[in-house]
Design a protein around this ligand. Structure first.
Ligand code: DX5
Ligand code: ZN
Length: 227
């Protein structure tokens, strides 16, 4: 049985109350804090640097899942590891030396992952499966919260599920399959059925008053897939 994890993206939180927003969403039943880093270079938006990660770290013991939408990657990955990140993912287009960047993240004591934009080919996985703890499939183009889920992502999720299952059956270990962008109560079951185990949701959770009601509804949908 797959373990499902819900990862609210604080990109859609109230930035003036970030620490409280982190606590509230974990109290409401979330598993992981998804932390979107945008540099106004790799993506056309600017968000939070390592100081924000350091600031929210004491507010929760839940894993902080740092999604780097930046170019170059290495120096910021190291800074986020130091700032308390647990998982660090990056886009292959952002790094000149993907294998080196993955190694650097793991050497810093974090879990490492690669992120695939809607048009990024999965061939980037070919030679690095042994270094991956997470594969993140984008179901929107990165840069903004509140966009619509791109249905074609479902096929990509199925393909990655197959790659992960084949790899771990032979070599053991665990690789999480996360999906990011436009995930909501009404499509989370479909995303899970395609093979995802970790679900980022920004606007779907932080856009509502009652975070627990949304997370409970997501879990109810996920239970239908598990049944
Ligand atoms: C988009 C970010 C996402 C975003 C998701 O570039 O990586 O994490 O915040 O937001 P929603 O769930 O609103 O699509
Ligand atoms: Zn993200």
């Amino acid at each position: 049985m797959r373990t499902f994890r819900i990862a609210p993206s604080i990109l859609s939180a109230d930035f003036a109350r970030l620490g409280q927003e982190v606590c509230d969403v974990i109290a409401a039943g979330a598993d992981i804090i998804h932390f979107d880093v945008m540099d106004n270079h790799y993506v056309p938006n600017l968000t939070m640097g390592p100081m924000f990660c350091e600031a929210i770290r004491p507010h929760s013991s839940a894993p902080i899942d740092v999604h780097l939408m930046v170019k170059p990657v290495d120096a910021l990955a190291a800074a986020f590891a130091k700032a308390g990140a647990d998982i660090i993912t990056f886009h292959p287009e952002g790094s000149e030396h993907i294998d080196r960047t993955l190694g650097l993240i793991k050497d810093a004591g974090c879990k490492a992952g690669l992120v695939f934009n809607p048009a990024t080919p999965l061939s980037y996985l070919d030679h690095v499966m042994d270094k991956l703890d997470m594969i993140l499939i984008m179901s929107v183009n990165p840069g903004f919260g509140g966009q619509s889920f791109i249905p074609h992502a479902l096929e990509k999720i199925r393909q990655v599920r197959q790659r992960i299952d084949e790899y771990t059956a032979k070599r053991g270990g665990e690789i999480w399959l996360e999906v990011d962008g436009g995930v909501k109560v009404d499509n989370i079951a479909q995303v899970a059925a395609a093979g995802a185990d970790t679900f980022v949701a920004g606007s779907a959770i932080y856009g509502q008053k009652d975070y627990k009601a949304v997370i409970d509804a997501m879990r109810a949908e996920l239970a239908r897939v598990q049944a």
